[in-house]
Design a protein. Structure first.
Length: 407
């Protein structure tokens, strides 16, 4: 097993429809969901299998016919079976970013704990302060923390979520992305004219946009299907849209990756402790405070609340989640099931949207706790490949905090 840093380069404009606005306007996302990339990879594997006469894919009758994998004699050697049927290749959301190394803090989609100053439009993360507010109400933190607020040199801040990353100087920057508009009109096949009322427009990720994501799986599968591979994703593929090139820019064994993450998580605990302990009524020596940040959606189990699902993700009791900033949504994906009906089957999943952020407490030895949480980060056994990606103690939550809390 390895971990790979994946670059996704748009060779043509990309349309990943996020919502349909008034007036026939289709808005694209500013990222590419993991399920979209893996679906495009799986589709390309089927095409290659059909072309080479490999396994049951050689018997497919059309592009929407599903391969029969259960009784296929070649399924143990088939990348499609590994990726799409067994779902053993994991991938997080791909975001426009220039992440170069595994040690670099990953970009975060729609971070829910951000504040933005009204005058200079600088971003500040308020996660630790919000957690301290809750602890003060429970008499665990000093009462005067309730009088504190977030400020930049220009003045107070207002809650504002955005997709962001950390600059080399420690500043929080929104992800820069160029979008283009493309008008279209539907054609009436009988009259050979434009259809009345069917003028619509797309926003598109521009050609040349580069995005990065993290993959985890068998090294051979990653090398053969995510490195120097060209696939089609999103809407408008018949018009030439959605062609992307995948490149593996970095690789590391899973064991080495866990060690590296354990070290960074430990450093995060130490820095967060410096920011929180001075405000506590009675600091405990072996009590650690950490943060959890969602890089992809987290499924909500029936009858449960978001804090319970977040706590379960890192295997702690839900009462150890001190504060959680989040939005709830629905993850949509579709599959063609073949047969006579070529319409897609939509799969809807209730989720906590990516960008959720929480503060938790945990007791234990700093080294052991950090290493265990590094293992929990990559333990996605009970999740679909595009769900459950997190980062523990992301620096965005504790850099410059002391300088920005005013009273």
């Amino acid at each position: 097993m390895i971990v790979g840093l994946i670059e996704v380069e748009a060779k043509t404009p990309i349309v990943i429809v996020s919502k349909k606005a008034k007036g026939g306007f289709l808005e694209t996302t500013d990222y590419i969901p993991s399920s979209t990339i893996l679906g495009g990879v799986a589709r390309q594997i089927i095409i290659d299998n059909y072309s080479s006469g490999f396994g049951n894919c050689s018997k497919l009758k059309g592009p929407n016919d599903s391969p029969q994998c259960e009784n296929c004699s070649a399924k143990e050697k088939c990348a499609y079976n590994y990726i799409w049927v067994e779902k053993r290749l994991k991938l997080n959301y791909c975001l426009p970013s220039s992440q170069k190394n595994f040690e670099d803090p990953p970009p975060i989609p729609s971070l829910q704990s951000l504040f933005k100053s009204r005058e200079d439009e600088l971003f500040i993360d308020g996660l630790l302060l919000m957690a301290l507010y809750r602890m003060s109400l429970r008499k665990e933190a000093k009462e005067d923390i309730l009088l504190k607020k977030l400020e930049t040199k220009e003045g107070p801040c207002k809650k504002s979520d955005a997709s962001v990353r950390i600059e080399e100087n420690g500043a929080i920057e929104s992800l820069k992305i160029t979008l283009n508009d493309a008008p279209h009109v539907a054609i009436n096949p009988q009259l050979k004219t434009s259809e009345t009322g069917y003028l619509y427009s797309y926003t598109m990720l521009s050609r040349g946009t580069k995005l990065t994501g993290l993959a985890m799986g068998d090294e051979k599968i990653i090398d053969e299907n995510l490195n120097n591979s060209t696939i089609s994703v999103g809407t408008g593929k018949s018009r030439g849209n959605g062609i992307v090139k995948l490149t593996v820019t970095k690789k590391q064994s899973l064991e080495e990756y866990i060690k590296m993450r354990g070290k960074l998580i430990k450093e995060g605990f130490e820095e967060i402790g410096k920011n929180i302990n001075e405000f506590l009524v009675k600091p405990k020596e072996n009590l650690l405070f950490g943060t959890i940040t969602g890089l992809s959606p987290l499924p909500i189990k029936s009858g449960s609340q978001p804090p319970e699902n977040v706590a379960q993700r890192i295997d702690i009791p839900s009462n150890q989640i001190i504060h959680l900033s989040y939005k709830v949504g629905t993850h949509i994906r579709y599959e063609f099931n073949g047969g006579e009906n070529f319409e897609p089957t939509f799969i809807l999943s209730p989720v906590i949207n990516p960008g959720y952020a929480g503060v938790f407490s945990i007791e234990g030895d700093l080294e052991k706790v950090s290493l265990n949480l590094a293992k929990r980060e990559v333990d996605l056994t009970n999740y679909q490949p595009w769900f459950g990606w997190i980062t523990i103690n992301h620096p965005i939550h504790y850099l410059n905090v002391r300088n920005q809390i005013k009273g």
